[in-house]
Design a protein around this ligand. Structure first.
Ligand SMILES: Cc1cc2nc3c(=O)[nH]c(=O)nc-3n(C[C@H](O)[C@H](O)[C@H](O)COP(=O)(O)O)c2cc1C
Length: 149
């Protein structure tokens, strides 16, 4: 059975909630999914999984990564994940000039590892509701589809 790892950073719970939504949907495709907070994870952990996902909120006036994501981000860039499918999602706030910048950063970093996108990255304003949830579920569905190819 395929296995997925979702690593997330979440200050106020929005991104964590999204991680749970994605995990639940992956499980409906019989993909065993672990959800781990970034401080408890190493980028190398991804090597043990078929699908690798990151959920990150965005922080700072210039739309940068949260502090707790910095080491993970650097280590991720060193990996060869060319046999993996990836997904990225995260919460932000449209009030800020750079909306969900962390999602773009991680998408680029995953592409650098050679990993294959499972679906469109999800940038979500604050907490996920309605169509946001559908986009997160579509990402999980896309990952499942890619794994079955
Ligand atoms: C000081 C500060 C800076 C922020 N900077 C940005 C930003 O540049 N871009 C953005 O999209 N959101 C920004 N946010 C909004 C957070 O990403 C947003 O509140 C998000 O829902 C937090 O997700 P979490 O609940 O998973 O922690 C900022 C929030 C704070 C408190």
């Amino acid at each position: 059975m395929a296995e997925a790892l979702i690593v997330f950073a979440s200050l106020t719970g929005n991104t964590e909630e999204m991680a749970d939504i994605v995990a639940e949907r992956l499980e409906t495709h019989d993909i065993t999914t672990d959800v781990v907070e970034v401080m408890q994870a190493d980028a190398e952990d991804f090597l043990e999984y078929d699908a690798v996902l990151i959920g990150s909120y965005t922080y700072g006036v210039d739309g940068v990564l949260p502090d707790e994501m910095l080491d993970f981000y650097d280590d991720l860039g060193e990996l060869d994940l060319s046999d993996k499918v990836f997904g990225v999602f995260g919460s932000g706030d449209t009030y800020y000039e750079i909306f969900c910048g962390a999602v773009d950063h991680f998408e680029k970093q995953f592409l650098k590892t050679g990993a294959h996108p499972g679906g469109a990255s999800c940038k979500i304003n604050l907490n996920a509701e309605g169509e946001d949830i559908e986009r997160l579920q579509a990402l999980a569905d896309g990952i499942a589809e890619k794994l079955n190819q």
